[in-house]
Design a protein around this ligand. Sequence first.
Ligand code: COA
Length: 123
Amino acid sequence: MENAVCLVLDVDDVVQGYASARVESDEIPILHIVNLAVDSGVRRSGYGKMLLRKILERGLDAGCEWAYLEVHTTNLAAIRLYQKAGFKIFRKRSYYYEDGSDAYEMGASIEESFKSLGRRECP
Ligand SMILES: CC(C)(COP(=O)(O)OP(=O)(O)OC[C@H]1O[C@@H](n2cnc3c(N)ncnc32)[C@H](O)[C@@H]1OP(=O)(O)O)[C@@H](O)C(=O)NCCC(=O)NCCS
């Protein structure tokens, strides 16, 4: 991984999701997950978890021990996914989005996240 990565989920030659992240390096490298989405037709099949695991693996390979992201405070599906992966809410960022809505900043140790995600599985 260079500074940024974008993964595409291909199911039977159809793009069904993606995830993107970049490595931010101040003193220590940290993975910032910028986007993660799964097509509405194939949600709740484990693909979100799989994309998250893959992008965390890429972060670990790039030397990151920690990952963080912002998520809309009303996006319960995503919040549950990240909590399932061991992410914790660190703080609320008011007026984070252009429309004035709020975000939670969530973060996790990548190693701890792998433990929460359990063994590798490919839906
Ligand atoms: C969030 C998103 C990526 C989840 O993708 P997914 O493929 O459905 O997720 P998975 O099937 O891997 O689900 C993993 C876990 O997340 C949680 N989860 C996912 N969707 C959920 C929902 N609608 N309600 C409650 N929990 C949900 C569950 O704990 C689930 O585990 P379970 O199915 O064993 O109960 C998907 O809903 C999406 O693309 N949403 C729109 C884009 C988006 O909001 N991205 C996040 C930006 S930060």
